[in-house]
Design a protein around this ligand. Structure first.
Ligand code: 5CU
Length: 368
């Protein structure tokens, strides 16, 4: 808490700063923000690829969006309520993935300046992961990475899994990975696109957002990272650091199976792709950081085993997953992550403190 010597740091906490809200409000295709005639006073945020079905009643389309998404005072109030000393805020999905190439660079600059400005209002309490203009030319993307190093509160970048449009195993990303590696800027890798909606079956609309959020998101992350591994990203960029959302999706749990499938793959063997490669276990312990946003000590245990307690970082996912009951002050989603850490490190106070904040301060240089 604010009084103990080790701060509590939330590294998974989102904002839509004013410039991005302007953009969302100006649009009528996903992603967008709008009100519907039957509820003119409550705006809805429509961001996921399958949320825009016109047959869905407007009161359940997307999710409600209020000032907790863009008013930085509300972020600070949430932090105070939950005993969080520092937050590393990031633009929420889908970032700028959808913008035409000629608009992306300027939008990224404005949004990064906007968020840096939000941080500057609370020195020492707020830092941020920047946004990249991924639809622009690679030179524009690397220019923004370089520019971010001059913004005092920037501590890395947030990215989805689409990369330049073809995923994170795309060789055309090499200059971007090289620039990030050179400047010691980590990638906060976060899902957005999920899985094709056909996997959820014909009754998917009866299940709210559970299947895409609980399973689509983590599997998307797992697949993206496995593609990076298979394409040799970490063989070429041995110092490239990635912070994986939601405790790595299912990567810690499935790492053994991934290694076994590589070992038994005849195609990879005949194409000489299994020699001199770095193993997923090595990458998990050298290049990967995992957030502790998994809501249970079972998942946290897998993350801990895979990457070690010095690579786990507390997060909340605020302002997503608010309590559905009115007037609940402490969010269940946040408490579940606190409880999982407390149970996992019941007898290891130092490690608990590091996961809650010490690791973030060290890895993201939050004391400077
Ligand atoms: O509830 C959701 O849709 C989301 C989302 O889109 N992004 C996120 O980070 N958490 C929850």
């Amino acid at each position: 808490s604010l009084t103990s010597n080790m701060p509590i740091v939330d590294i998974h906490t989102h904002v839509y700063p004013p410039k991005y809200m302007e953009l969302l409000r100006s649009r009528s295709t996903v992603p967008y923000v709008r009100t519907f005639p039957d509820a003119p006073n409550s705006a809805r945020l429509i961001i996921l690829p399958d949320e825009d079905d016109p047959s869905t009643p407007s009161i359940s389309r997307g999710r409600p969006i209020g000032s907790e998404y863009y008013d930085i005072k509300e972020k600070i109030a949430f932090m105070d309520q939950h005993k969080i000393d520092k937050s590393v805020i990031s633009l929420a999905n889908p970032w700028l993935d959808f913008l035409p190439a000629d608009e992306a660079s300027e939008a990224a600059q404005q949004i990064n300046n906007d968020i840096n400005n939000q941080c500057s209002q609370y020195p020492g309490r707020l830092y941020f992961f920047g946004t990249l203009p991924l639809s622009a030319a690679p030179s524009a993307i690397t220019a923004e990475i370089e520019r971010l190093t001059t913004l005092p509160y920037a501590r890395g970048v947030i990215m989805g899994t689409s990369g330049l449009g073809q995923g994170l195993d795309d060789k055309n990303l090499d200059p971007i990975y090289a620039t990030l590696e050179k400047h010691h800027q980590l990638i906060f890798l976060h899902p957005h696109y999920g899985l094709p909606s056909s996997v959820y079956g014909p009754r998917a609309s009866e299940y709210g957002h559970v299947l895409p959020l609980a399973l689509g998101f983590p599997l998307e992350t797992t697949i993206a990272v496995t593609r990076m591994l298979l394409s040799g990203v970490w063989d070429r960029f041995t110092k490239l650091n990635v912070l994986l959302a939601h405790s790595g999706g299912t990567l810690p749990f499935l790492a053994g199976r991934i290694e076994s499938c590589i070992l038994h793959d005849g195609y990879l063997k005949t194409h000489d792709k299994t020699q001199n490669r770095r193993h997923v276990w090595d990458v998990l312990k050298s290049n990967v950081f995992l957030d502790a946003v998994v809501y249970s000590e079972v998942g946290l245990g897998a993350a801990l085993e895979a990457s070690g307690s010095d690579r786990l970082l507390f997060g909340t996912d605020h302002p997503f997953f608010p309590p559905l009951e009115q007037d609940t002050k402490v969010w269940h989603s946040v408490q579940a992550n606190y409880d999982a850490i407390a149970k996992t490190f019941e007898t290891e106070d130092e490690k608990a403190k590091n996961v809650l904040g010490g690791n973030a301060v060290r890895i993201l240089r939050l004391d400077s």
